[in-house]
Design a protein around this ligand. Sequence first.
Ligand SMILES: [Mg+2]
Ligand SMILES: [Zn+2]
Length: 227
Amino acid sequence: MVRPSDIDELGEGMLDLDWRRHRRTSEPGRARAVFLDRDGTLSEDVGYACEVAQYRLFPWTVPALRALRQAGYRVIVLTNQSGVARGYFPETMVQEVHRRFERELREHGAQWDAIYYCPHHPEGIVPAYRRMCACRKPATGLVERAAREFALDLPRCVFIGDKYTDIMLAHRVGARGVLVLTGHGREEWARSRKEGWRPPDHVAGNLWEAVQWVLSHEGGAECDATP
Ligand SMILES: [Mg+2]
Ligand SMILES: [Zn+2]
């Protein structure tokens, strides 16, 4: 188990070992990424809050992102922001929240590589955003775009989120999905077991624990859904 204070020691050696292990099965030159959900995963789920100051990163988000980037992963955030289509807040506020998060991460030596959001909803009240789109999770539009822009090897990617849509999306694109028990995670996990849905590849208490699992199960073959 790696603690936040140990992260700086996860260095080049680990990266080299990992490349040797994966060379045979991976497409040369293609990168791996961890796709992260935003609300309830990176930050507290504050509903459709319309004050930027209400949005807060979890305290473990900075060390988790640093650990992923130091291990050689791209960090890509995917978020459904249907509050725009529903008329709860303007798209500019979504962008403002992202700038605030980016600033806070940078101040602590962490960052994501990209963030993609979907502002649509089929039943929205704002005409410009009311539509069935290809980018609202679990649709694969944003993942396909990220895979193109970052030349990603999707079978080596992992998705981490607090909703079942994040897990479904992971499995649709042939990646692994880790459910976190923050945000809506507990109710989503209970519901998925009741409904008999395909289990996540792992269930973690929070993003930090999810990242520890990713870093210790880089092969991709194992399945461990015990919380
Ligand atoms: Mg979420
Ligand atoms: Zn969309």
